[in-house]
Design a binder for this molecule. Sequence first.
Ligand code: SAH
Length: 685
Amino acid sequence: MKTFCGRANPTTGAMEWLEEAEDYDYHQEIARSRYADMLHDKDRNVKYYQGIRAAVSRVKERGEKAIVLDIGTGTGLLSMMAASAGADFCYAIEVFRPMANAAVKIVEKNGFSGKIKVINKHSTEVTVGPDGDMECRANILVTELFDTELIGEGALPTYEHAHKYLVQEGCEAVPHRATVYVQLVESKRMWAWNKLFPVHVEAEDGEKLIVPPSEMENCPGVPSVCDIQLNQMPSSDFTALSGVVTMFSVDFSKPVQSASTYYRVQLELVKSGKAQIVLSWWDIDMDPSGMINCTMAPYWVNPTSALQWRDHWMQCVYFLPSEEPVVQGEKVHLTASRDEYSVWYTLQRASEEENKAAVDVESPVCRCHAHLLWNRARFGELNDQHRTCHYIKALRRVLNTDSVCLCISDGSLLPVLAHYLGAKQVQYFILFFRFLHFILFFEANHLEDKIKIIEARPELLKPSHFKGEKISVLVGEPFFSTSLLPWHNLYFWYARTAVTSHLTSNVTVLPQSASLHMMIVEFQDLWRIRSPCGVCEGFDVQTMDDMIKDSLNFRESKEAEPHPLWEYPCKSLSNPQEVLTFDFRTTVPQHCLSTEGSVNLLRKGKSHGAVLWMEYHLAADISISTGLMQISNEKGNCDWNPHCKQAVYFFSSVIESETLSDTGAVTYGINFDTKTGEIAMDFKL
Ligand code: SAH
């Protein structure tokens, strides 16, 4: 069966109807899933196995039959561990049909069909009794339902239900308990992901300050978790104001309550500074003694123990509603409030605590709209004064007292910069798509009558929008909130083409051009998320590998995927290469833009894939890279733009060169279809 899905093409802006096969969604789900990453997580797997063996032994020692309930069985891995450990029977519950089907195959292939019953249901639909899905309640509860925030995937309501209806009182649970840890820090880098800092503009008539509106300053932001690879955050980028403290823990062997609640701890501050951010992670004890512990603690917590890399569980960054100055030795209270699915933090001064102030358990709601329209990386990008300086320098060169300026970018500061850098009498016409609430920002800076917001698609603009004047300077960052892959921001080129009739014949377009760059890399760890696993702790999971491979190849041409590479270290194996250029001074051509070539591999290593990114040329000598910033040492380690995602194209087979002489070359063909805005690529090693 086919279904049609309507969407605006992120690159061309055109409304289009895509014919999607019914199974498109689940192929996407499987292809982009974290199953491979979980199967590669050795530390997790080994500890689950130890915990499951210990739980089965405890039940057997009591002379009982070991009946296991595995909620969210995925590949069936944990049930197979239980069966191997001597469990008498396992009920393996999986809600996602393609996974449940895979689990049936994997269980059969490994010879456990007689011991494991796969049930394709949500656990809350499972029935117990002679005619039910389960003959009787289980006495061992095994689950892996956690996300980086622990509870974001619904672990609490699932446990609550399971204890009420599916397991016996006093059952064993693997994991036995989870504990959430917090540390209070000051970090300009991370705070810049949540608040807009004042922007300094060196104008002809003195320094101007662009300030955020008070609604934005006081806004508590959004409740969605900010999960990152905290191990990639250098210790120089934050200051710990407190030690690491246990915030709360959950015992999974006892009835669990999912209703909203809060937890409060007292912190004694070890340093003076601004309390801005709560860093948080969790660990799970697989057994009651706490001897089998699997932790997400970042590198500075246990400096001597080896870190397991994983992407399915990372660490959380929580932003306090506002920053609070604190002094060393002071005692403050930190409150974690949670509902069924998310956690948020507030700080109370000790004195307020004495007043027994009521705890606000309301989840944060963004009132300024900025947090809904800018994600964390975009906040960081707008706060990057170095980047802003490049735009200021370039704008200053092209603007003059007669300039009629049009800006095309989402939620951009460029119109404000353009206003301050040009002459006062000139009126600026600004076009904002999908960003209606920016007016607050203009009001805070007394610009509401200086900058006109036009809410219209570019092809619908009329001369009356510009009071009959022609645009002499067209600017864009370019940035669009709908962009997922780097080249989606080429929408600027399409919008520029659509407004051509409103431009003067000698219009200045800034950026004047863009280029697509490519480099072959070896990833330190990211390769795991797309790499087959084969055998996991002695169980054959190749069926899963094949399924992921099928889904990755579901579209005729393989697609590149976006990743923020500052979080995923890699080394360059080739020089960066410019592969395509896009000239914004002219309109989008009718024909495709294609290129072919080869890049030499200069370093030995494993060619895991190609990384692609865009560079924007604001002027002949001013460029902004959204990808590679520099190759930082002889080993080829790369520094990436910390505000942007780059495109990663994983090669289907990895070639390893052991010596410099056999490194060879990679040939590529890249085609930009100007009609569809899609980039297709092919690589041969
Ligand atoms: N147990 C596997 C897979 C864990 S991923 C392993 O450890 O390798 C979690 C899986 O649980 C997903 O496949 C998801 O679809 C499933 N799931 C989550 N909540 C569920 C629920 N309440 N009932 C049934 N399946 C659930």
